[in-house]
Ligand binder design. Structure first.
Ligand code: 5GP
Length: 376
């Protein structure tokens, strides 16, 4: 792939190669073919102009059942941020009454556009409407509507190429590029520590919202790769199924890629990484390569007795068998201490370790965390 490109006033850097997109589209087309192979009706392919032109063409070359093509223009985007307002559709040239429709969309961001379009088609009498999108930003997508076919999931970043534009430029690029924002300010890198039951999940959500951070949980990243069926995901899946750990390099690669590709945030919140000194050193090396460093560890502490109490209470409410057994909980606490203590030393030496008292209400703990993070 070429290096950086300039469109209007902005720079974009290589993100997803044409070859990788074609592979994702191969997999997508196989699924659509399998679902429509035996149907006796003639569905409508609905291309959402202009962004989905290349994707629609790529899909049509691969689909092997009878269908008609209709195009429609409808957009909620101006520049590089979603306006949230969906414009009125222009040019739905064929009647959809009683027909099955497969919408081809370039990218689903908030989902406002696609959900409005689906509702509009159903209100015009379409018998069934399926959504087939080349790309999805799962971190932004807020709707309950099921997306039937998704080619690839991407982080929340602004991209161009393969039909997608920045103010009408860039649609003809075969590869996909991501906005390369000038690094005039440093990003914040927070690492969240806390034993099970410390309220990490709740506090992470509050931090992400208040400080405009991107939450990186290694478990979620792996599940995303696996769901997308990427090469990395397939490798991870076979390792996990064989009961093995995913190698550090794989996890580190995923994290570095998140740092590089996620835009529009002021920093990152790492959760579940690093777990070992080797990983902490690798993280330092990644950040150093990019001219950055760890901002602070946010370590939520509660006494062991309280961990048992909180988890047992949660078990009673949620009926989770693994949480109900005190010896299992004690084991998890031991694992936590054994794993985290060397890291605490590591970050104390680096001068970035900060402890938060996790005893109190959610709001009290949250305010202590905000009091710390406000300083950075
Ligand atoms: P939504 O309604 O889901 O928020 O936005 C969907 C529409 O916004 C897409 O059809 C596309 O036109 C535009 N869009 C969303 N994200 C991007 C992006 O990263 N790059 C470009 N070029 N357009 C985007």
């Amino acid at each position: 792939m070429d290096n950086k490109i300039k469109l209007h006033d902005k720079f974009f850097k290589p993100f997803i190669s044409y070859a990788e997109m074609e592979e994702a589209i191969d997999r997508l087309a196989d699924r659509v073919n399998a679902d429509f192979r035996d149907s006796d009706d003639v569905p409508i392919f609905l291309c959402v102009l202009n962004g989905a032109i290349m994707f629609t063409a790529a899909m049509m070359k691969r689909l092997n059942f009878k269908a008609e093509l209709v195009s429609i223009k409808l957009s909620s985007y101006q520049g590089t941020a979603s306006t949230g307002t969906v414009l009125i559709p222009i040019g739905l040239t064929a009647p959809v009454e009683g027909r099955r429709v497969i919408i081809f969309e370039d990218i689903v961001d908030t989902g406002n556009t696609i959900v409005a379009l689906k509702e509009m088609l159903l209100s015009k009498g379409a018998r069934e409407v399926r959504i087939c999108t080349m790309l999805l930003k799962p971190d932004v997508y807020k709707k309950d509507e099921r997306l039937d076919y998704v080619g690839k999931e991407i982080p929340n970043a602004f991209i161009v190429g393969y039909g997608l534009d920045y103010d009408e430029l860039g649609r003809n690029l075969p590869d996909i590029y991501v906005l390369d924002e000038p690094k005039d300010k440093h990003m914040k890198y927070y690492i969240l520590f806390g034993p099970p039951g410390a309220g990490k999940g709740t506090q992470a959500t509050a931090m992400v919202e208040k400080y405009n951070l991107h939450h990186i949980s290694t478990g979620a990243l792996l599940r995303k790769e696996i769901a997308a069926g990427t090469e990395l995901g397939l490798k991870a899946k076979s390792l996990i199924e064989a009961g093995s750990l995913v190698p550090d390099e794989v996890v580190e690669g995923m994290i570095e890629s998140e740092f590089k590709t996620v835009t529009g945030v002021d920093g990152f919140l790492l959760d579940g990484f690093p777990r070992t000194i080797a990983q902490a050193e690798a993280l330092d090396a990644i950040l150093e390569r990019n001219g950055e460093k760890v901002t602070s560890i946010v370590s939520i502490m509660i006494p062991d007795g309280m961990i048992i109490e909180r988890i047992s209470k949660r078990a009673a409410i949620e009926g989770r068998a693994d949480d109900a057994d005190v010896s299992v909980i004690k084991n998890r606490i031991d694992t936590y201490h054994n794993q985290t203590e060397p890291l605490i030393d590591y970050y104390k030496k680096a001068g970035t370790y900060n402890e938060i008292d996790g005893v109190g209400t959610i709001e009290e703990v949250r305010d202590r965390i905000f009091g710390l993070v406000d300083k950075f």
